[in-house]
Design a protein around this ligand. Sequence first.
Ligand code: ADP
Ligand code: ADP
Ligand code: ADP
Length: 213
Amino acid sequence: MSAPCRGPPGSGKGTQSPIIKDEHCLCHLATGDMLRAAVSAKTPLGIKAKEAMDKGELVSDDLVVGIIDEAMKKPSCKKGFILDGYPRTVAQAEKLDEMLERQGVKIDKVLDFAIDDAVLEERISGRWIHPASGRSYHTKFAPPRVPGVDDVTGEPLIQRKDDTAAVLKSRLESFHRQTQPVINYYSKKGIVATLHAEKPLSDVTDEVRKVLS
Ligand code: ADP
Ligand code: ADP
Ligand code: ADP
């Protein structure tokens, strides 16, 4: 099984993916998490990606296509994968199709996290993440057991540099202009499931479970 998750920043993709991944034995590939790791390790990819990420713009297609191709070769992806935050442009979707065709793999579902832009500022301003795992918390909606500390590892949580109102504005512009058309691309294939992503976290989990059952 394979399922890309698509939705604006803060819509809940990173929150739902780990839950589903465990239930269906999939790997969770989040291009944002991979890029943030590359930026903090100052790899050649990270150095090239940083400027666009800080401004809330998309990183160029040729930089991200390579990391997904590489990541899908992991043994944990054999049974299937969740692509979180990828593809974000029609060009990436076309490249992904070529890549999957070579591997004889098909996309089962595209989960569209539909949500009003107005809700997202509160989502991202309260977001705290554990960078090593990509786990997201929220000071109001999903607080960690101990403030500032990851429940699983006990390591400190951080706030993302791009989780500010100003950068969110630019991220949403990129989303509507470049990522929204990706949903039409998959709608034509009849595999899109639209979720009510503004609902409470556990309701969204129930919807995701239904779609994938
Ligand atoms: P969010 O969780 O807010 O949707 P991500 O963590 O997925 O954001 O992505 C953070 C940033 O990383 C994006 O604003 C963009 O600069 C870059 N990025 C992530 N995935 C992609 C992609 N598929 N194509 C281009 N840029 C990407
Ligand atoms: P994305 O990966 O799509 O950018 P996240 O999963 O990181 O989004 O969620 C953004 C923030 O909103 C996080 O702080 C998360 O804890 C919180 N969150 C996720 N889903 C919900 C929900 N259904 N209701 C309220 N808050 C949520
Ligand atoms: P910094 O700017 O270095 O993050 P802060 O004083 O703002 O310094 O916070 C110190 C640490 O405490 C943060 O790294 C974060 O892990 C944690 N923290 C502070 N407030 C919260 C909160 N409301 N929710 C979760 N973690 C928090």
